[in-house]
Design a protein around this ligand. Structure first.
Ligand SMILES: O=C(O)CCC(=O)C(=O)O
Ligand SMILES: [Mn+2]
Length: 223
């Protein structure tokens, strides 16, 4: 059952069941074998992110002292990113309501203690496409506000297998991850919090995939 948290921000709890999560995790592990996780740094300051990242797709999102951008190759190996996992493409087709494919699948890897500060996803030229995100591993507290930085915020817990669609009036809202819930805390022994990427992510970690259309899709009405 889908829940509109605010207009345009649609939460699909438990969108991927256990077998679907395991399939997606295997596909992500394959993408990470081709494009190993790296530690992005903040524009200007060069301060490292606490989240490690990689990408799949024809374009990947990267951040370093030169700024935020999309590029077709891994910043360290220079190799092209792997194709977007098939299960993630199916989720986009079912949930995005957008006629063109996503070009970028950002793979965020949160070790316990990692977080992501409030930000907007606005490095894409095609803002009429939503952002579709899929979560695996530890539950996390997702914070969301409005289009202005000072707008009031609320939060929702994202569980493994949840999908979140950020589109329409919510496409440019501020959002971030306050924290993960420790695996030994409230959900110990819950089969939903299985270690999603052994060897790639410490136990109790979380993986989030963020699918985005980057370039303007041809034939779309201009906005
Ligand atoms: O990890 C999440 O659920 C959010 C990730 C995110 O907002 C991003 O990568 O831009
Ligand atoms: Mn984001």
């Amino acid at each position: 059952m889908a829940v509109a948290l605010v207009p345009g921000l649609i939460h699909h709890p438990g969108y991927l069941d256990g077998p679907a999560r395991r399939r997606l995790a295997a596909e992500v592990a394959a993408a990470l074998a081709a494009a190993p996780p790296f530690t992005p740094t903040m524009p200007r300051t060069g301060k490292p992110f606490s989240v490690r990242m990689s990408n799949a797709g024809t374009l990947g999102w990267v951040s370093d002292v030169r700024g935020y951008r999309y590029q077709p190759a891994h910043p360290e190996t220079g190799a092209p990113w792997a194709p977007i996992p098939a299960s993630a493409l199916r989720a986009w087709a079912a949930l995005a309501g957008f006629p063109a494919e996503p070009e970028a699948c950002l793979i965020n890897l949160y070790a316990p203690g990692a977080r992501m500060g409030l930000h907007q996803d606005r490095d894409e030229a095609e803002l009429s496409a939503p952002v579709v995100s899929l979560s695996l591993g530890a539950p996390a507290l997702f914070r969301y506000g409005g289009p202005r930085r000072g707008d009031p915020t609320r939060s929702v817990r994202l569980m493994p297998g949840d999908a979140l669609v950020m589109g329409g009036p919510a496409r440019l809202i501020h959002h971030g991850i306050d924290r993960l819930y420790p695996a030994d805390d409230l959900l110990a022994d819950d089969p939903l919090t299985e270690d999603p990427l052994p060897g790639l992510l410490p136990a109790g970690g979380r993986c989030n995939l963020t699918l985005r259309r980057v370039t303007r899709a041809t034939g779309m009405p201009s906005s």
